[in-house]
Design a protein around this ligand. Structure first.
Ligand code: PMP
Length: 383
């Protein structure tokens, strides 16, 4: 058996070693790493709310009112008025009967998939699903079947061969590519075959749709059974946590059966209070989504005139696929010399041979900052 040191050395030799940056500043477009000031294009703080004064003030007031720790799981004594109010506001916002808070998106996916399937079911998942959906399916005793990325036709053929298709799972906006799932087709297929559809809208919620309700609003699909929405609160909402939204019977089932809901401490209530403030901003300040869309368009126009091949994404996730891990690492290192922070994303997070710079935009960026990025990319990628 190889020692841990040998395994680590092999990773390093393959340019796959992962290291953490230590940030000395809040999550904003300009971050500080020690003495270095870097223009960041890698955060999921899409609306620029992670350090918004109203969100910070609500967090502080929440801690004054409720203290810090929730002290117990939701079902024991950790479910506070703050959590409850946030659930009601989220359900109202997305137009669902009920919503249920989870401590993270990872846990929400694990909870839903394990609560809704058993060993007689089949789970169908997009090949490029987020790790949390893949792990969720692995943890169940259901049979797991993967379909080619965003290929609803192939999925239809696969569904037709199974007696009990339990669940279809998909990222709504794919986390590493920024493209969207064919949700309308998946919704139709799930309805026709008596399956449920779990759509993970971690990257669409708050960002897409006129009102920021996410991918369903953007694609004009009603959020109704068999669809189940999972969205996270640590990205566009700028805070932490996640929720699942759907009909009452679904939410009550999750409360009874989702182990990652039942057996874990509730989020600090102050986190829920901060999220409520952030949701008010998402509702009130549509200009953030407008500005973000303009920045993405500006970037795509600029990158195209530089001759870069862009992904089929109109969301704030704009990957530049460079191929091998070493090349992506080198591009990231050189961008950092230009004062720009974009870590290289490498396998196994993305498929072999598709290492990339995952560029993300925030409503807090300015058009001038996008110009700076384009200038740096022009030097680093072609040079
Ligand atoms: N789903 C997707 C598509 C994600 O990108 C992420 C976070 N990277 C998650 C789920 C997990 O969410 P959280 O960070 O709240 O655990």
């Amino acid at each position: 058996m190889k020692t841990l040191e040998q395994e680590l050395a092999k990773r390093r030799a393959g340019h796959l070693y992962r290291e953490r940056l230590v940030l000395d500043s809040p999550q904003e477009t300009e971050v500080r790493v020690g003495e270095e000031s870097l223009l960041s294009f890698c955060s999921n703080d899409y609306l620029g709310l992670a350090n918004h004064p109203e969100v910070v003030a609500a967090f502080r007031a929440g801690a004054e009112r409720y203290g810090v720790g929730a002290g117990a799981s939701h079902l024991v004594s950790g479910h506070s008025r703050a959590h409850h109010a946030l659930e009601e506001e989220l359900a109202d916002f997305v137009g669902a009967e009920r919503a249920l808070l989870f401590s993270t998106g990872y846990m929400a996916n694990l909870g839903v998939v394990s609560a809704l399937t058993d060993r007689h079911d089949v789970i169908f998942e997009d090949r490029l699903n987020h790790a949390s959906l893949i792990d969720a399916a692995r943890l169940t005793r259901a049979k797991v079947s993967r379909y080619p990325h965003a290929d609803a036709e192939r999925l239809a053929e696969m569904l037709a061969k199974h007696q009990r298709p339990g669940l279809i799972t998909t990222d709504a906006v794919f986390s590493m590519d920024g493209d969207m799932a064919p949700l309308a087709d998946l919704f139709r297929l799930a309805s026709r075959h008596g399956a449920r559809l779990l759509a993970d809208d971690a990257h669409g919620f708050g960002v897409l749709g006129k009102n920021g309700r996410g991918s369903f609003e953007h694609l004009e699909i009603p959020l109704a059974s068999p669809a189940i929405l999972m969205a996270t609160l640590g990205k566009a909402l700028g805070v932490f946590g996640a929720f699942v939204a759907g009909e009452t019977a679904l939410i009550e089932t999750l409360i009874q059966r989702a182990r990652t809901y039942i057996y874990t401490t509730a989020l600090p209530p102050a986190v829920a209070e901060a999220t409520r403030a952030s949701l008010r901003l998402v509702r009130a300040e549509g200009w953030r989504r407008e500005h973000l869309r303009e920045l993405v368009e500006k970037f795509r126009g600029g990158a195209q005139s530089l001759g870069f091949s862009l992904a089929a994404s109109t969301t704030p996730i704009q990957p530049l696929i460079l191929g091998d891990a070493e090349k992506a690492l080198e591009a990231s290192r050189r961008l950092r010399e230009h004062g720009i922070l974009i870590p290289a994303i490498r396998p196994p997070t993305v498929p072999e041979g598709s290492a990339r710079l995952r560029i993300t935009f925030s409503a807090a960026h300015t058009a001038t900052q996008v110009d700076r990025l384009l200038e740096a990319l022009a030097t680093v990628i072609s040079g």
